[in-house]
Design a protein around this ligand. Structure first.
Ligand SMILES: [Zn+2]
Length: 78
């Protein structure tokens, strides 16, 4: 009896899921209400509302918007 383990079989039989970045819902990509490409990444949404929110401010949900914390302080010596 042979049993293989530790092998991921990426066949096209199983659905692929993504996390809706707006509300955190698990969305099946082929059934997503909408999708948007941003910064080389594709994002899937559970509803049009979430897609619209994302498109209004993608950085807010991808963590790329400039927050208050910066790696370099404004008073760096030059
Ligand atoms: Zn959503």
């Amino acid at each position: 009896m042979e049993e293989s383990y530790g092998l991921q079989d990426y066949s096209d039989g199983s659905p692929v899921f993504s996390i809706d970045p707006v509300c955190g819902t698990k969305v099946e990509e082929s059934r997503a209400a909408g999708k948007t490409g941003y910064a080389g990444q594709m994002y899937y949404f559970c509803s049009r509302d979430c897609q619209i929110k994302f498109e209004e401010d993608p950085g807010l949900y991808t963590g790329e918007s400039k927050g208050p914390a910066t790696p370099f302080g404004p008073g760096a010596a030059g």
